[in-house]
Design a protein around this ligand. Sequence first.
Ligand code: PEP
Length: 242
Amino acid sequence: MKLVAGNWKMNGSLAANRALLGGLAEVSGVEVAVCVPYPYLAQLQERPAGLGLGAQDVSEYSAGAYTGEVSASMLAEFGCRYVIVGHSERRALFADDDATVGRKALSALQAGLVPIVCVGETLAEREAGQVMSVLGRQLGAVLEVLGAAQLGRVVLAYEPVWAIGSGRSASAAQVGEVHAGIRDWLGARGVAANAVRILYGGSVKADNAAEIFAVRHVDGGLIGGASLIAPEFMAICHAAVA
Ligand code: PEP
């Protein structure tokens, strides 16, 4: 079954969330979750049936004098199943480096959460022919912290940086090539590659979702902007039904 995860980013209000959630309905044949800003985890304790919950970041530390941080066990207490780690916005704007992303993924797993580990290249890196070397570096840092067995328990999200929020999705051919490359990379390092769900993220909308979800090795999507518009998000979820 495919996974469609919404990433609300730093958007929403109590009233806007209520309206958005009111427009979501259960879709069978696809797993659906929303990753919301921390304060709204409380509001999301009541949510449409079948809707999973996640957060957008987590501390690498488990407890203590880390002002401003939120631990994985706190997210688990609020019913989170997923947490995004290594989103390109966090890497670019908040200095989350490859090793930090690995440690955050570990802290999520230790609390029983499933990290959605984001990887992806910039446009300059793509144009320089460095896609798989960049992804290998990002994934390698996570493998070093988790080991092969635990890496087999994460969800990966391939999110080309140039496709995020740009309205310019990667083509089906580009997505297929990279997802197959990631699957091969994992298998070559002793990871149970077929157990790892690999999502695509980057300007997925209602009108391109079916084409992307039909690509081999695409196990779902990480949806930013379109997850804030109920009919759009619902259409994307329906497109992911096998
Ligand atoms: C994202 O933020 O993870 C994302 C994929 O954004 P968008 O769908 O808006 O490109």
